[in-house]
Write a protein that binds this ligand. Structure first.
Ligand code: UDP
Length: 313
């Protein structure tokens, strides 16, 4: 393997920081770009003294010029609570960030991987979701800044590919969890674990019958790296996620059981446009990347619970 200089935007985030760890372990130079809006220096503090790691505090909505061999574009708040906090900036991050990063890839003739999302399927009418499904997305709702931002980013990636020959790699990431999620992230796995560990009420939105499919972060990172290593003609989009499907009530019960918590389940209003079900079809990832998740929910939850126990001490 030849040593490459690899740019990871959002490298201070939950998934990004695990990707930085992995790329350094593989012997690469890593340039981490983050504006620390939802990313955290704590996620990469252990890397700051690493000789092959560089950190640039930068917002990718602004132009950036540097010389690298590949780009992973992960920068964007991904939790509904955070991406809805400054929705205009979320759209800017998705769209202007994509334009700025694609510009680097075009100039340097290097591959660029886009972290797209299962949110491009919106509230899906097909189940499970295949890449060929065009989605069911509200363009004027509270989630639209993220959903439509990410959809527009995919459009830009494919147009830069067709019009300018940029080597693109688009992956659609389904719900991912693991150590380094923020305790106040607002997402269901971190919320339930933090609430259970504090013996506080577990907040079930709606009646808890909606489903999600949860992928452990190490599996996801393996999929990202495999995607980057594919031949130039492989553009995606490719779903990355764990097809194990759970209702939020099932997840709550599992977290309560595994933490031995005294928490009670309480019901709160369902957020607007909350998808009723979500499960990836990962046939394409299997065929193209030889990838499938290896860590099932119980095992991954245990690692995540252990992380939050240490963090909350
Ligand atoms: N959810 C919940 N309680 C929480 C947080 C989320 O019941 O404290 C539900 C939410 O309504 C959604 C699912 O869990 O149906 C996943 O939400 P999350 O914010 O983790 O991610 P999403 O998949 O909606 O982007």
């Amino acid at each position: 393997m030849s040593k490459k200089a690899i740019l990871v935007t959002g490298g201070g985030g939950f998934i990004g920081s695990h990707l930085c760890d992995r790329l350094l372990k593989d012997g690469h130079d890593v340039i981490c770009v983050d504006n620390f809006y939802t990313g955290s220096k704590d996620n990469i503090r252990h890397l700051l003294a690493h000789p092959d790691f560089e950190l640039i505090r930068h917002d990718i909505t602004m132009p950036l010029f540097l010389e690298v061999d590949a780009i992973y574009n992960l920068a964007c708040p991904a939790s509904p609570v955070h991406y809805q906090n400054n929705p205009i900036h979320t759209t800017k991050t998705c769209v202007m960030g994509a334009i700025n990063m694609l510009g680097i890839a075009q100039r340097l003739k290097i591959p660029i991987l886009q972290s797209s999302t299962s949110e491009v399927y919106g509230n899906p009418l097909e189940h499970p979701q295949k890449e060929a499904y065009w989605g069911n997305v509200n363009c004027i709702g509270l989630r639209s800044c993220y959903d439509e931002g990410k959809r527009c980013a995919e459009t830009l990636f494919f147009d830069y590919n067709r019009q300018c020959g940029v080597q693109i790699k688009v992956v659609r990431i389904f719900n991912t969890y693991g150590p380094r999620m923020l305790p106040n992230d607002g997402r269901v796995v971190s919320n339930f674990i933090v609430q259970a560990l504090k013996n506080e009420d577990i907040s079930i939105y709606g009646d808890g019958s909606q489903t999600r499919s949860f992928c452990y972060v190490a599996d996801l990172v393996e999929g990202l790296v495999r995607m980057m290593d594919t031949p130039a003609e492989v553009t995606g989009p490719i779903n990355l996620g764990n097809p194990g499907e759970f209702t939020m009530l099932e997840l709550a019960d599992l977290v309560i059981e595994m933490t031995g918590s005294k928490s009670r389940k309480v019901f709160r209003p369902l957020p607007q446009d909350d998808p009723t079900k979500r499960k990836p079809d990962i046939t394409r990832a299997g065929e193209v990347l030889g990838w499938k998740p290896t860590i099932q929910l119980r095992e991954g939850l245990q690692k995540t619970i252990d992380y939050f126990i240490t963090r909350m001490k």
